[in-house]
Unconditional design. Structure first.
Length: 319
């Protein structure tokens, strides 16, 4: 854990975030946003490399996660609020802009920040998560078509359901979630059942270490954090999918700032084909696909991801 700096609590947008800072204070700021069910710790393998290259690396536990404040009501997790947490964090640290980097839910948030707070986003990097147009129907309709009523995002809409089955089984939960991905050419044949995460987890009894992409020491870090914070904060993000869709009606989704998209070919929820929309939405975008990689890109292929990000950053945003 030598590349993972100790946290600092920083006030922003009416709450306090637990934030990990690294690199020279006068370096080009990079703001790294994690996904669910993760933490700032998910960027452990990137922080030191980016800091050593001269970048000012800013990595918060998002609202509702880890050491940050965790409001209980879903209204505290709307997209405007999540974006304001990050822009307020830049204010607190004295930065006018940063390159925003996001994975999974962090990716959703940073692409929304690029639309809603354009003046603060110098550039954007999506890891697995592409910038997408607004659909014609609320997202829950699409999730139901994809996975039926047992799709995990639909089950997450039920107050208390997911929290109840995950709480008390934190070690099992991360062993389950961080399993090796199926081969990319097998994914299409695994729907709809691959989306039934809570239902599958209820039957989960363990798996061999060789079939888990994150090692036991790192999983322990996650499990210990979730034993303290609970699961409700992060799950509340999912409970705002449709409200966020309503909010973004009429918002221009076109982006002019430099963008980088790094896809993983074996991520079942965020396959590379979803990034196809970005050519029409982003004026200045580069694409990369990491082969043989599932959802946990920062853990599965850290060196390849670091090389892709540094190549782009050093060309577009020198430290």
């Amino acid at each position: 854990m030598t590349d993972f700096p100790a946290p600092t609590r920083i006030k922003t947008n009416g709450i306090e975030l637990s934030v990990h800072l690294a690199g020279p204070e006068d370096g080009q700021p990079l703001l790294l946003a994690h996904g669910w069910p993760e933490l700032a710790y998910s960027w452990k393998n990137q922080i030191g490399v980016l800091a050593d290259a001269g970048y000012r690396v800013i990595v918060p536990d998002l609202r509702g996660f880890g050491g940050s404040d965790c409001p209980t009501d879903k209204a505290s997790y709307t997209m405007d609020t999540l974006v304001a947490d990050l822009t307020g964090l830049l204010d607190a640290l004295g930065h006018e802009t940063a390159v925003f980097v996001g994975h999974d839910w962090g990716g959703i948030i940073i692409w929304h920040a690029a639309m809603l707070a354009k003046a603060r986003v110098a550039g954007a990097i999506g890891v697995n998560t592409p910038h997408l147009p607004r659909g014609s129907e609320p997202p829950t309709h699409a999730f139901r078509e994809m996975g039926g009523d047992d799709h995990y995002i639909l089950r997450f809409q039920e107050p208390g359901y997911a929290e109840q089955i995950f709480t008390g089984r934190e070690d099992d939960f991360f062993a389950f979630m961080m399993g090796k991905p199926p081969a990319a050419d097998r994914l299409d044949g695994l729907y709809p059942h691959i989306t039934h995460i809570p239902k599958m987890f209820e039957r989960f009894t363990g798996r061999d270490e060789a079939d888990i992409v994150v090692g036991p020491e790192d999983r322990d870090y996650y499990a210990d954090a979730y034993r303290k914070s609970g699961f409700y904060g992060g799950i509340n993000l999912y409970r705002n999918f449709d409200a966020n869709w309503e909010r973004m009606g009429g918002v221009d989704h076109r982006l002019a700032m430099p963008c980088l998209m790094v896809s993983a070919d074996a991520d079942f929820m965020l396959p590379p084909k979803l990034a196809g929309w970005m050519q029409a939405l982003c004026k200045d975008v580069e694409f990369n696909v990491i082969e043989g990689c599932g959802h946990w890109t920062m853990w599965e292929h850290p060196e390849q991801l670091n090389a892709i990000m540094l190549d782009w950053l050093q060309r577009r945003f020198p430290a």
